[in-house]
Design a protein around this ligand. Sequence first.
Ligand SMILES: Nc1ncnc2c1ncn2[C@@H]1O[C@H](COP(=O)(O)OP(=O)(O)OP(=O)(O)O)[C@@H](O)[C@H]1O
Length: 268
Amino acid sequence: MDEPKFIDIEGVEMVFHTRKGVFHALREIDLTVRKGEFITLIGHSGCGKSTLLNLIAGLLKPTDGVLLCANREIAGPSPERSVVFQNHSLLPWLTCYENIYLGVERVFGKTETRSQLRERTLQALALVGLTAAEGKRPHEISGGMKQRVGIARALAMEPKVLLMDEPFGALDALTRAHLQDELLKIVAATKSTVVMVTHDVDEAVLLSDRIVMMTNGPAATIGEIVDVRLDRPRDRVALAQDARYGEYRTAVLEFLYRKQAHPAKEAA
Ligand SMILES: Nc1ncnc2c1ncn2[C@@H]1O[C@H](COP(=O)(O)OP(=O)(O)OP(=O)(O)O)[C@@H](O)[C@H]1O
């Protein structure tokens, strides 16, 4: 992959000032992400994965160092970097359609007609297979469907980068597998650049171009990076028989449970 660097993280430090004192969460984070790349962040609980994602989202400012997206400093949140959280964060009083339309209007409302905004919203719903649910409110649909609406809303804003914080963490294993497969197809179609936090080793290997493995906190940093050179499109059943899949999986497990065993807090 020879794409130029797209997200550039240089010498990032993150220190939190709490009532109990100073907490050094991240140290010396250097990472570049290429356009169209799928990166997962993995590490034990509390190592700083969400903190790093929030820094890229612009929801946090680093104590030191710099983060760039498309050669511009990340100075705050922006629709060019949309975030999907573990808990869908849909507005309960709005329908699926309206939840997505709201995001679309925020980004394109000043430059496009209402019918164009409507078209974008409908396309996003279709992309995640939820056309039939457009008039339903969040309490009327399943957890997996809610996450799909969240992903559709994020994608409808045509972000330069899709940031996902354990988007499938709260779902059962089958729904999770189904959504992973859907995400693979959507990302292939949209050529999105994705940074995703996960605790799931199989999810990381299945989805990633590179798996960024973080050391335990405090003062966590990037320990190792696994370059996943499996052809795309990827098929989970075929991969289960693929020796290379097993090697990548073992490399991540070795890192988490041998090299980074005994995390400071509870294990992942
Ligand atoms: N706003 C904050 N103020 C103080 N400490 C914080 C703050 N946000 C995060 N931390 C601390 O920074 C460390 C990293 O937290 P973070 O949520 O990024 O970890 P994580 O790897 O995403 O964890 P998990 O996998 O459990 O979600 C933790 O020790 C956490 O308590």
